[in-house]
Design a protein around this ligand. Structure first.
Ligand code: COA
Length: 181
C-alpha cells in the first residue's frame, strides 16, 4: 500500500496500459468509495467487479496516477475522461461544449497529497484540448464534504440527475474552463 513517503513530484499521470492491473484498480475504488458505502450509498465504483472496471476503462480515456518504481509503482488514483455509458446522460453532459469525467478515486492512504488535484488537472487539460469550455461530473448529493471539495475547486451545481444504478440523487457539477490557446 502507498505510504506517507510518496513525493507528489514523482507521481506519474498516464493512460492505462494492458499491463496495468484491473483488480488493483477495482480494489482501489472499493477502498476510496468505502466512506460513501458506509453512509448507505451505493455508488457503482464502490461495488463494481473487475469485469465492470475493465469495461468502463475500455469505454473512456482511463487515466491513472502511479507511484514511482522506487515506491513499488502502485496505482494511487484513477479517473475516467468522457466515459460512454448505456445509461441516459444528464442533459448537461449532452451539450456540445461540455466534457465530463467519472469514477474519480484516490487510494485512502494516498489522499490529501495532491494526487486528486493532478488527476483533475489531467482531465481539464484534455477537455481544453478538445475545445470544451465546461468540464462536468456527477456526484452523490448526500456527500456534502465532497460537494465542498468541488466547490472549492471552481465547480458549481448545474442540475440533478438520477442514475438507474444508484440509490441516491446525484448533483451534476461543472467548471468553466479557460479557452484553448
Ligand atoms: C475526492 C478524491 C478523489 C480527492 O483525492 P485527493 O488525492 O485526496 O485530493 P487532493 O489531495 O488533491 O486534495 C485534498 C483536498 O481535498 C480534500 N478532500 C479530499 N477528499 C475529500 C472528500 N472526500 N471530501 C471532502 N474533501 C476532501 C482534502 O481535505 C484537501 O483539502 P485542501 O486542499 O483544502 O487541504 C478522494 O478524496 C477520493 O477518492 N474520495 C472518495 C471517492 C469519491 O468520492 N470520488 C469522487 C466521486 S465524484
Amino acid at each position: 500500500m502507498p505510504t506517507g513517503q510518496i513525493n507528489p513530484a514523482q507521481i506519474q499521470i498516464r493512460l492505462i496500459t494492458p499491463q496495468d492491473s484491473i483488480p488493483a484498480i477495482t480494489r482501489l475504488l472499493h477502498r476510496a468509495y468505502a466512506k460513501q458505502v458506509a453512509m448507505g450509498l451505493r455508488p457503482l465504483a464502490g461495488r463494481q467487479d473487475d469485469a465492470m472496471t475493465a469495461q468502463r476503462a475500455a469505454c473512456s480515456e482511463c487515466i491513472l496516477a502511479v507511484a514511482p518504481a522506487s515506491e513499488g509503482a502502485q496505482i494511487l488514483g484513477v479517473i475516467l475522461f468522457e466515459e460512454q455509458e448505456a445509461a441516459s446522460f444528464p442533459t448537461f453532459f449532452l451539450r456540445p461544449e461540455v466534457c465530463h469525467f467519472a469514477q474519480f478515486g484516490v487510494d485512502p492512504d494516498a489522499q490529501g497529497k495532491g494526487v486528486g488535484r493532478m488527476l483533475l488537472q489531467a482531465v481539464e487539460e484534455r477537455a481544453i484540448a478538445r475545445g470544451a469550455t465546461e468540464l462536468a461530473c456527477s456526484m452523490a448529493e448526500p456527500d456534502r464534504d465532497l460537494y465542498d471539495f468541488y466547490i472549492k475547486r471552481g465547480y458549481r451545481h448545474v442540475e440533478y440527475w438520477q442514475w438507474p444504478y444508484t440509490n441516491y440523487r446525484s448533483c451534476i457539477l461543472s467548471k468553466t474552463l479557460p479557452a484553448r490557446q
